[in-house]
Design a binder for this molecule. Structure first.
Ligand code: ZN
Length: 233
């Protein structure tokens, strides 16, 4: 079973959009059975609520090809209510972006997230807000999936995964050499999860990347491509 842990459905702008049929076509080309789906970034403003986008995503909850995650915006005035709604909508997890602001200073939101303990996929990147180091101070007790493997700060991300029980790491958009490093240095390999970030990268390329990075070790490939994620959903 191959499961992609990071894809988007919906519309952000002319260049950033993807429908379910387009995604399924990409999944079929890559041999992917299921994809975790959640909305794109805000369309109207930085503090946009994800309420309507989450409702749209929830329509796919019974589709056997998709695993639905809701999205919460720390800057939205309804962020706490949205976490309750995400739980009501029976989403399997939550996606949080951090380019505009990190998550840890929003203590009320973190407290609310701790009521449900859903897995949270958190974007990490190279700007200060999205720095994986911020997650050191995050008081979340559920499972945390480091999105994009920490990007330039992949070493800090690996350290965090090795020192905290509830930290996992997802491989989308990482170079082949960084992916190899991650597979070499993460001690518990069951914490490594495959993700493509489709439509930003092609799922079939990301699958190939994992196979190369694992040196075609079939057991390891199988675990990273799907089994590891299945265990925490
Ligand atoms: Zn993404």
């Amino acid at each position: 079973m191959i499961i992609d842990s990071h894809t988007h459905i919906g519309f952000e702008d002319k260049y950033q959009n993807q429908g379910p049929k387009e995604l399924i076509r990409l999944m079929d080309r890559a041999g992917i059975d299921k994809s975790v789906i959640f909305p794109f970034g805000p369309v109207f403003s930085k503090n946009q609520s994800y309420h309507s986008e989450n409702i749209k995503i929830s329509r796919y909850s019974n589709n056997p090809r998709f695993i639905t995650f809701g999205r919460v915006n720390q800057l939205a005035s309804d962020s706490l209510e949205e976490v309750d709604r995400i739980n009501d909508l029976k989403f399997k997890g939550i996606k949080i972006h951090t380019d505009a602001v990190p998550l840890n200073p929003y203590t009320d939101l973190v407290k609310k997230l701790n009521e449900y303990h859903l897995p949270i996929l958190i974007h990490t990147g190279n700007n200060k807000n999205a720095d994986v180091e911020n997650l050191k101070h995050l008081k979340y007790e559920g499972n945390i999936i480091i999105g994009h493997g920490g990007k330039d700060n992949v070493s800090s991300a690996i350290e965090l995964v090795n020192s905290r029980n509830n930290f996992y790491i997802e491989t989308s958009l990482l170079s082949l050499s960084r992916t190899k490093k991650l597979i070499r240095e993460v001690k518990d390999k069951s914490k490594i999860l495959f993700g493509s970030d489709a439509p930003y990268d092609l799922p079939e390329l990301e699958v190939k990347k994992i196979m190369h990075a694992c040196d075609y070790d079939r057991g390891l490939v199988r675990d990273i491509l799907g089994k590891n994620l299945e265990k925490i959903l």
